[in-house]
Design a binder for this molecule. Sequence first.
Ligand code: ZN
Length: 321
Amino acid sequence: MDDDPVTRRNTDDDLVTRLKAYEGRPAAVAGTGKDPVNAPMIRHWCEALGDTNPAYSGPDAVAPPTMLQAWTMGGLTGHTGGDGHTGRAPAYDELLALLDESGCTSVVATDCEQEYLRPLRPGDEITFDTIIESVSDRKTTKLGTGYFVTTRTDVRVGPDLVGTHRFRILKYAPVRRPSKPDKPARTRPRPVVNRDNEGFWKAVAEHRLLLQRCTACATLRFPWLPGCAHCGAPGWDTVEAGGTGTVYSYVVMHHPPFPAFDPPYAVALVELAEGVRMISNVIGTPYDKVRIGMPVRLEFQTYDGDLVLPVFRTAEEEALA
Ligand code: ZN
């Protein structure tokens, strides 16, 4: 996009004009319900929601009004291969494509409103038409900048309008979060240090791994927590870990990529000789050579200049080093 402000404003105005031209155009024409209104779907709906209203069962049952949209939906297989069709008209897809082209590639459903004119009953066969009711001006939200698109579906039985369903989405360009200049993109994520774990991180900075020990029942725990999971007592002191352990389990991370890491790499759950387990990296050993039961030894590595982390090196590797 041209960065000249006047040109950009004109381009935005052009887009708004083109978007607004879709207002009133059909998104679905003469759609039909895949199933008639029926007791089994009503029963499943009520069971799922725990709705025991007696109006929805028995010989004079009506459908819960909020099921209105359900009768217009094609289910997992869509409207193909059976009765009913979506009536989908091209205008809605064109509108979404136009928004995609303008950079509004993300979508979130924001709200829906329904109006009920008369109850639906088992046996009713519905038809529906959907129009693009409105496209908003460009709006800025926490998610990003974009346009609210509201569709209105009119649901009928025979010639009678029985309800309307308005559905609103926000099509938006996600906010690009610029990396802060004082925080290069490739640094490791920092631990969240709070009053419950600050003692742990303070000791790590001094190359000591401290485990919490309950002063009531002597149970060791890791990670640091404000209370004992065994007896519930809040009091604790610390024990310094000897530094030996074994790989209790591990995963190899391939995805998602994160700039500070270079996949694939192994993330291990290490069981310390004291009996507690902690998640860390196994270093010095290729990711595909890490195995359950491997003896490992604690060491401290400094990353990004100032971030000290406890990591584990395999005993064999240590012997070779
Ligand atoms: Zn305890």
